[in-house]
Design a protein around this ligand. Structure first.
Ligand code: GLA
Length: 428
């Protein structure tokens, strides 16, 4: 979907659901004199190159923004009503009043959208500014980010709305990386507190702070200023003759929320047992040690059970792999990162236990067919895998994965190519 197409489709959904501004006396006619003048914003999905389940452990991760985007056509209102429509839910609308949006009060997909408005209002209040600059709005979305594929369709939705409301309210946050960090934090609050998903901050930061041609090295320690928390690492796949093939396993997610929350709780308990603020502190100690394996082993011995030991070992070794992969990219050796991707997958499968049959089949088949490296990406339990392949081997690897799924009696997977793309922005 090109930006023009995405914008036209989002506008058409808006007009079909809520009519033009003339039909709605409450709409801000000055901001939207006609249907074609309704503005549209977009935000991308993401894949993570490495650094999985590290963000909520104050760790490091390395996402890129996808060319696939969620588009939101949005028209501010003079009252506090929020009315939403989506091409993905034809004929349905979602409605709430801004003053009724609070933790536990709204549900459904609209909570991701209204949650961002709520979080921006909270931000303004905390700044001593007037929250009333965030008014109600009519909005419609369409998206080329596959839904439920572990490619952060929910963060793309939140972040498209975040840049839209920022623009409409004249806050100017999208204009700088520091402002974008604020929008990312508001989007995370929407997801955690209003939509009720206990995720970390990687996806929203990728959607708002990534850059085309780069991977985003995120340092998720709380309280860092934006300059310290994000670094752009050049990642030019074309120039290196490489491609990043995404395999959407189309596997049904089961128990995702409960399992994700359980992993997070185990990590937080383990950090407490070790007397640390987060597992990042252990990762840093291991990284600085002359005897990394010994330093890790001493801490693992203090943990109460084997499950906790394996979860912690994943987080600590994964943070180390992010550092190693970034070092290779900085040396201009993107074709050397495959073994780190493979090790990340093994750790997620065996120690963190968040892979699935479909992800393992995708990763194994891709490697046998010549991928330089492959791993699951995102939260796991279904979703997508990524394979780094020579550009001329994309078809061969995709065919091999397709054949392996058929052999194993699995449903047909989907494929897309990930090129490091632009972050959330206004498109028309
Ligand atoms: C999901 C979450 C992220 C992150 C990943 C795992 O995508 O939304 O915050 O924790 O899982 O790395």
């Amino acid at each position: 979907m090109s930006d023009d197409e995405g914008a036209a489709r989002a506008r058409a959904v808006l007009a079909a659901a809520f009519g033009g501004p003339d039909d709605d006396p409450a709409a801000d006619a000055a901001a939207a004199p006609g249907e074609d003048d309704v503005r549209v914003w977009a935000a991308p999905g993401r894949v993570n190159l490495i650094g999985e389940h590290t963000d909520y452990n104050a760790g490091l991760c390395l996402p890129i923004a996808l060319p696939h985007r969620t588009y939101v056509a949005l028209r501010p209102r003079t009252d506090s009503l929020v009315r939403l429509a989506s091409a993905q839910a034809p004929g349905e609308t979602w409605t709430a009043r801004l003053e009724d949006v609070a933790p536990g009060e709204v549900a459904g997909w609209g909570s991701y959208v209204a949650g961002v408005a709520w979080a921006l209002r909270e931000h303004l209040v905390a700044q001593g500014a007037d929250p009333a600059s965030i008014t109600g709005f009519d909005a419609a979305v369409d998206s080329s980010v596959p839904f439920g594929a572990g490619l952060s369709s929910s963060a793309a939705l939140e972040c498209s709305v975040a840049v839209a409301l920022d623009d409409v309210a004249g806050l100017g946050l999208s204009a700088s990386d520091a402002g974008r960090a604020v929008l990312a934090a508001a989007s995370v609050r929407a997801e955690n507190e209003i939509a009720g998903a206990p995720t970390g901050g990687m996806d929203q930061s990728a959607a708002l702070r990534a850059r085309a041609g780069h991977a985003l090295l995120l340092d998720c320690r709380p309280g860092l200023d934006p300059v310290e928390s994000a670094e752009q690492v050049p990642f030019d796949l074309d120039a290196a003759g490489l491609a990043l093939l995404v395999v959407d396993t189309r596997a049904e997610h089961r128990l995702v929320d409960g399992q994700y929350a359980a992993r997070r709780a185990t990590c937080e308990d383990a950090a407490r047992t070790l007397g640390l603020a987060s597992l990042r502190d252990l990762a840093d100690a291991v990284d600085a040690s002359d005897d990394p394996a010994g330093t890790l082993a001493v801490s693992l011995d203090k943990l109460p059970d084997d499950v906790a030991r394996r979860r912690v070992r994943h987080v600590v070794t994964e943070i180390g792999r992010v550092r190693e992969l970034v070092a290779l990219l900085r040396e201009g050796r993107p074709d050397a990162v495959g073994p780190l991707m493979n090790a990340s997958h093994a750790s997620l499968r065996d120690d963190y236990e968040v892979s699935s049959v479909e992800l393992d089949v995708a990763v194994d088949a891709a490697r046998v067919a010549g991928a330089l490296g492959a791993r699951m990406t995102g939260g796991g339990f279904g979703g997508s895998a990524i394979a780094l392949v020579r550009a001329d081997q994309v078809e061969t690897v995709a065919d091999a994965v397709r054949a392996a799924f058929e052999r194993e009696g699995l449903g047909a997977p989907g494929f897309l190519l990930a090129t490091p793309s632009a972050p959330a922005e206004r498109v028309v």
